[in-house]
Every structure is written in C-alpha cells, then in structure tokens.
Design a protein around this ligand. Structure first.
Ligand code: ADP
Length: 466
C-alpha cells in the first residue's frame, strides 16, 4: 500500500472516529434532554391529577374523583385502587394496565413500554394515605415525536460524518500528493545517480531547505559527498600502494637480471635487493598496522606508561640520528604517567621526532617538551624546519600524503604513512594530535593523551606482574 494511500486512510479514519464520538455525544445529550422534558411533563401532570383525587374514610377513591379533570393533549392516565380495579381512565378506551409490573408502594418510577411501533413513557406513582396504600396512578405519553426527532438527528449526524470523511479523504489525498511529490523527485534523482554510477551529482534542493524533505535531501547529499570522498580515497590508496610497490620491485627485478647476465651472485646487487625487500616488508607492516588502527582493532597492551622515561629513550636515539647536523634538546619534562601501549606510544614519539630531525635542515633546532596540562599529558615537538605549506596542513595525517616538497625528494624517504599511523595510535589511546606550522619558520606537532586515572592506577596495582 502506498504511503499516500496509508496517510489518507489514517487521516480519514481518525477524523471519522473523532466525529463519531462527537456525534454520539450530541445524540446522547439531545436524547437525555428530550426525555428529561417528557419526564418533567409527566411529573407535573401526575401532580395535577393527584391534587384532584379524593379518598374516602375506608381509604377508597371517591367515585367523583377526576370527573372534572381535563388532561393535556396526548396524556393517558389510569387510576387503579389497591385491589387492582380501574377507578378512572383517560381516554376511556385505554383499559389495559399501562405497565403491568408497577408497584403499589415505594417511590414513583418511570418506565418504557413498547406499544406497536412507538415507545411509551410511563410514570407510576404509588398513592398512599396515612391509612396505608390507596392504589396507583399511571400517567403515560407516547414518545413518537421524541423518537422521530432522535432518528432524524441520527440520520443527519451519520450523513454529516460520512460527508466530512469523504471531503477530508479527498483533501488528504490531494494534499499528500502535493506534499510527497518532492519525495518522488528525490527518489527519481537517487535512482538516476545509482544508475549512472555518478557520485559527483547532487540532488537539487527543490522545496524549502528547512522542512523534512529539505533535510532529507541535505542528508542524502551529505551521504553522497562522503561516499564520493571514500571512493576517491580508495582509488588514491590503490594508486599510492601500486606506486610504492613498483619502485622496489623494479629495483629487485633489475638486480636479478644483472646477476643472471653476469652468471654469478653480485654482493652489491644482493644488498640492494635486501634493502628493497626490507622496504617492502616495512610498507606491508605499516599498512597492516594502519588498517588495524583505523578499524579500532589495534591490539594494545594497556599498562601504566611513564612517558618521561619513554621520551628520554627517544631523545637518546634521536640524538644519534641528528648527530652534529642539528641541535636537539628537551626544553621541559614533567613526570607524566598515562595508560597505554608503551611500544606504540614510543612509535608515535619516534615518528614525530624523526620527522622533525629529517625535515629540519642542518644548523636547525628541534625542541621537545612533555608536560601535564589541564588534566592531560602534552607532548610537543617543535622544529625550526621549512614548515608545512598551509594547503598541505589539512591532509598531513592522511595515508600516503606527503607535502609537495617532500614528494620531490628521492624515494629513500618514508611512505607518507608515519603521521597517519601516529594519528590512529593516538586516537586509539583516546587522545588527539594536531599540528601548527608556518612556512620557513618551522612546525609544532602536539599530542594530547589522557593522564592515568586513579581507577586505572588501582587496576594496574592489582594486576599480577608478568
Ligand atoms: P614521511 O614518511 O613522508 O615522513 P609522514 O606521514 O611521517 O611521512 O609525513 C607526511 C608528510 O608530512 C611528510 O612527507 C612531510 O611532507 C610532512 N612533514 C611531516 N613532519 C614534518 C616536519 N616536521 N616538517 C616539515 N614537514 C613535515
């Protein structure tokens, strides 16, 4: 069933239900009021009759009782004595008891009796004197007019409810068509995009951008944009991997060819092959690590890590790498403990510092700092290198991304995976990493990690040492 039909039916049924309840209330109220009116008339007639009744010493009705009484039109009455003999009646033809089940004692009682097609309303009034029960007075009137009024009212109400439902249904059918037409356009456009396999296309904002359809279009376009980016990234990733694989494979193939030509193993070719194989293993290892880290499945041996000790180790290693070429120093070091995988955190530090050492020209300076700041650990690598161009900064943590200048370097450089790996390791530790850089002035990489909490400290203290 279409949404349009469902909405129309829902709306019409709902309206019908409400009108039906409303109609029943009106019907009930009118019927109650009319009956009250009839009952009030019967009661006042009964009062008038009773005021005319005469009772003798023996508690019997005087035969002249009600001789001069003129009842109002359409009123029927019967006066029965206590032995069940009819003493007075109007009209004279109505000699059958109006209500057979009436009591001669107790309270006045109203009842209904069906007389042919008409209902009759009867008021039974037991008549008592101080000497005891004298008989019963029954006054009655036909409810023909009331019933006719009520049946006309019921017909009018049913007709009104049905017409209102029909008009509302028609209106809802037309309005939903108008309201849902942009949705049909969205569906059509989405199908076109799928069929054409063209993720560059977007659905134009047809209706108001703030209504539900506008929001749907915006959300759909955002999904398309994200999908497009993902496809571009995937394509670029494949290109980058193939590119990185091709160079070492060409070198290996060339060296093997050379040795075959020479007919003997050549030490220089063997070490070149070995170097390229190492490079390939590094690439595969990095890619695997990145895939695990990106999917959040990086196995991390979470323990208490004294970051200041790790920094000192990194510093020692990097001082050797920097040699006399540039000055590397620790400008600030606090005692900082975090919870994490020691090797992975050291890898992050090594990567950032080695980048700084690698990209900073001779005579430059690399400063390291480790602080506690705002309940977090802050690790800073500040270099006086060439800086990273503004246009490259947003992409620096993406896989295989290398700033334009680094691309032009010989292939002995990294794969452009180091910062991505660092980013994901930090993310997997609940931290953040960012960079600020000014071309020609240098770059500052900053890592924020959550400090070891009391709870974790207690856990670590309890854990058995291996
Ligand atoms: P790579 O293996 O190329 O160093 P990274 O992911 O570690 O890969 O770094 C990505 C790119 O970021 C580098 O190619 C370089 O262009 C730029 N970069 C990283 N660190 C620095 C730095 N300290 N100074 C200038 N450029 C940097």
């Amino acid at each position: 069933m279409s949404l349009r039909l469902r909405l129309t039916l829902l709306y019409t049924t709902l309206l019908g239900g409400v009108l039906l309840i409303f109609g029943s209330l009106v019907y009930g109220l009118v019927s109650y009021t009319l009956l009250q009116q009839v009952d009030a008339n019967l009661s006042s007639s009964a009062d008038q009759i009773i005021s005319q009744i005469r009772v003798g010493e023996d508690n019997r009705f005087d035969p002249r009782t009600l001789e001069s009484y003129q009842p109002p039109e359409a009123l029927v009455y019967q006066l029965w004595d206590r032995s069940g003999i009819l003493q007075a009646v109007y009209p004279a033809t109505e000699r059958q008891p109006l209500d057979k089940g009436s009591q001669t004692t107790g309270q006045p009682k109203y009842s209904f009796v069906q007389n042919g097609p008409n209902r009759v309303r009867i008021l039974n009034v037991p008549l008592t004197t101080p000497r005891g029960s004298a008989g019963i007075l029954q006054v009655a009137t036909s409810l023909g007019v009331v019933d006719m009024t009520l049946s006309t009212l019921a017909s009018v109400l049913v007709l009104l409810v049905l017409s209102a439902m029909f008009v509302a249904g028609l209106g809802a059918w037309l309005i939903t068509d108008q309201a849902l037409s942009p949705l049909a356009a969205v569906t059509q456009m989405a199908t076109q995009i799928t069929n054409a396999d063209d993720l560059q296309r977007r659905i134009p904002q047809t209706s108001s951008p703030d209504d539900e359809i506008g929001e749907l279009i915006r959300a759909f376009n955002q999904t398309l944009e994200r999908l497009e980016k993902l496809f571009i990234t995937q394509r670029r990733f494949l290109t980058d991997v193939s590119h990185e694989l091709r160079t070492p494979l060409t070198v290996i193939k060339g060296n093997i060819g050379l040795m075959r030509k020479l007919g003997e193993t050549d030490e220089e070719s063997l070490s070149s092959i070995e170097m390229e194989v190492d490079r390939l293993s590094r690439l595969v290892g990095d890619l695997l690590l990145l895939a695990q880290a990106e999917s959040g499945r990086l196995p991390l041996a979470m323990i208490k890590v004294e970051l200041d000790t790790v920094l000192l180790e990194v510093f020692q290693q990097m001082r050797v790498l920097a040699g006399d070429r540039l000055q590397i120093k620790i400008i600030d070091i606090d005692q900082v403990q975090v919870t994490g995988d020691r090797d992975r955190l050291k890898q992050v530090m090594l990567n950032l510092v080695s980048n700084a050492v690698q990209y900073t020209p001779a005579g430059g300076q690399v400063n390291l700092a480790l602080r506690r700041s705002g309940g977090q650990a802050q690790f800073l690598v500040i270099d006086s290198g060439p800086g990273i161009p503004q246009e490259d900064l947003p992409y620096i943590f993406e896989r295989f991304y290398r700033a334009e200048k680094s691309r032009k370097r010989t292939h002995s450089g990294g794969f452009g995976l180091g910062l991505s790996i660092a980013y994901w390791i930090v993310r997997n530790h609940g931290g953040t990493i960012d960079v600020t850089s000014r071309e020609g002035k240098g770059s500052t990489f900053c890592v924020w990690l959550p400090l070891e909490t009391e709870a974790v400290q207690a856990e670590t203290a309890k854990a058995p040492r291996s």
